[in-house]
Write a protein that binds this ligand. Structure first.
Ligand code: GLU
Length: 308
């Protein structure tokens, strides 16, 4: 069982379309089941209408899924229960530090034990063991507390389906429940993948640093672990992650310019090294002979607008 897990934070662009196509090809080429989960818990970043638009864009591309669409915002009870379990097992503790305070502590010269990991500052453990409960933290400090997971490992090695063995460096205690009571991405994704029996996670490699944290949560909650495959991001001509400065690479833009789904899929197929020439195709046609191992490991450049 695989999944497509878009966050409705904007429109689908070439980069995430390519990742979803790969997730679809990987599962469907082995006749597996695929679900669609809308990851709409990232409050302020969620855009009105983006869920409907994402679903529309995936359908337009010819990517399908099985069963109902899962929506994370309607599953808060499950996330709360998982956080409560972690707290009861003393694996998560209340923390009142703001992001700014963590940043400052991590960059302070005298804090020799902390630092900055590839995906953010390392939490220096300020609130470890300080508060008996979320309420206690609120009473003592006047601040709402988040719950932070205790990390007592430096590394959680794992084998990535595309990149092979990974050292799985893990950078400090991380938040599982935000101060507003909502789940952090790391927690929600683990609870959902387990509940929805996902055993194959394929996503872009910007999430590679998250995997060791998620493995720790699977183990702490006694849940079966999926396999993880991280595929290179699509980058612009400057080697940086595809973004607005590279022009409009949204599927909507290409559609408005009269580009057909078949042409766009042909282009994605070239980006993936599945085809050498830009010829219109369908997702179904790309299934024949699909093999993840044939993809180029390098990040793919996707802003040359060969499509228009
Ligand atoms: N919703 C996440 C994103 O769009 C993906 C999460 C995942 O695949 O684990 O970046």
């Amino acid at each position: 069982m695989g999944r497509l897990a878009p966050s409705p934070t904007g429109v689908l662009h070439l980069g995430n379309a390519r990742t979803f196509l790969l997730a679809w090809l990987s599962v469907r080429s082995r006749c597996g089941t695929l679900l669609l989960r809308i990851e709409d818990i990232d409050g302020p970043r969620i855009k009105a209408g983006a869920t409907e638009q994402t679903i529309e864009d995936l359908r337009w591309l010819g990517l399908d899924w099985d069963g109902e669409v899962f929506v994370q915002s309607s599953r808060q009870v499950l996330y709360r229960a998982a956080c409560q379990r972690l707290f009861d097992m003393k694996l998560a503790y209340p923390c009142v530090c703001s992001r700014k305070e963590v940043d400052e502590a991590a960059s302070a010269p005298h804090e020799s034990v902390v630092g900055v990991a590839s995906d953010g500052p390392i939490y220096p453990g300020t609130c470890r063991g300080k508060f008996a409960s979320l309420e206690d933290a609120k009473q003592q400090t006047g601040r709402e507390a988040s719950l932070r997971f205790r990390v007592d490992h430096d590394q959680i090695p794992f084998v990535d389906g595309f990149r092979g063995p990974q050292s799985g460096s893990i950078a400090g205690d991380f938040v599982v429940q935000k101060r507003d009571g909502g789940p952090a991405y790391q927690l929600a994704v683990v609870v959902d993948d387990a509940a929805q029996e996902v055993n194959e996670v394929l996503r872009a490699d910007d999430l590679l640093p998250s995997t060791p944290r998620q493995l720790l949560l699977y183990r702490a909650l006694g849940l079966p672990e999926p396999t993880f495959t991280h595929v290179p991001l699509v980058v612009g001509h400057d080697g940086l992650r595809l973004a607005k400065r590279h022009g409009d690479t949204s599927l909507r833009h290409f559609r408005n310019q009269g580009v057909s789904a078949a042409t766009l899929l042909g282009y994605l197929a070239v980006l993936l090294g599945l085809r050498t020439k830009l010829t219109p195709t369908t997702a179904q046609e790309l299934l024949a002979g699909f093999d993840l191992a044939k993809l180029s490991i390098d990040s793919v450049r996707g802003d040359d607008h060969a499509l228009l």
